[in-house]
Design a protein around this ligand. Structure first.
Ligand SMILES: [Fe+2]
Length: 213
């Protein structure tokens, strides 16, 4: 991994929007706990962490008025925001030769039934790591306060992934997520922060219209 290129990207991200940076960090924690539960090897977990941290990097190219809009986005704005997986893929191109990080950024909004974007991929065409990030992303997005809505509870987020297990989300990933989140463990800090409302005080939710954005 090119350290300098990565560093420049992280600095651009922090300058653009600290919430996206914090979202990436939390999604990385959740995704790693899921991967560990799924018996990923150490190198696999390292790739999951990096892919999770960078999954939304493409949002640094989205207009600030869209990222910070305090109300629901209109169709045109949604279309613009939905370019972020492809922007992320381009920004992470320098990592492509030896990693799946760019591919995961491109695919993290794809869903098993083909209802995702940008390519409406189905089940086997979606990288397994992207399927992990998809679940971790939804859990963190739902439980983070947004500029236009308060945070959902952890139970509501777990309900969302449970209801759509096998439809939108990978069954094995959902089972692992339910085990690590409901069971605390690695995600103890995540759950404690939710309980204490720490993240609301930090105002580090990220913009997106729903769990599916
Ligand atoms: Fe995203």
């Amino acid at each position: 991994m090119d350290v300098l290129d990565s560093l420049f990207l992280i600095i651009r991200l922090l300058n653009k929007d600290k919430r996206i940076f914090m979202h990436g960090k939390r999604v990385a924690d959740i995704a790693c706990a899921i991967a560990k539960k799924m018996q990923y090897c150490a190198e696999g977990i390292r790739q999951v962490r990096l892919a999770a941290f960078f999954h939304d990097i493409g949002k640094i190219e989205a207009p600030e008025q869209i990222l910070n809009k305090p109300s629901a986005l209109n169709k045109k704005e949604i279309a613009i925001l939905r370019r972020h997986p492809e922007s992320g893929y381009r920004l992470l191109e320098f990592l492509k030769p030896d990693s799946i990080i760019a591919e995961v950024a491109l695919q993290h909004h794809e869903r098993l039934d083909g209802s995702g974007y940008p390519f409406s991929l189905r089940v086997k065409d979606i990288n397994p790591v992207a399927r992990i990030i998809a679940v971790a992303d939804v859990v963190d997005t739902m439980t983070s306060p947004q500029v236009y809505r308060p945070a959902s509870t952890v139970d509501q987020a777990l309900q969302e992934i449970k209801q759509n297990s096998g439809l939108l989300y990978d069954v094995k990933v959902v089972d692992a997520a339910l085990a690590v989140i409901a069971g605390g463990g690695k995600l103890k800090k995540f759950n404690e922060a939710l309980k204490e409302g720490v993240r609301e005080n930090e105002n580090i939710g990220y913009s997106g219209q729903s769990a599916q954005k």
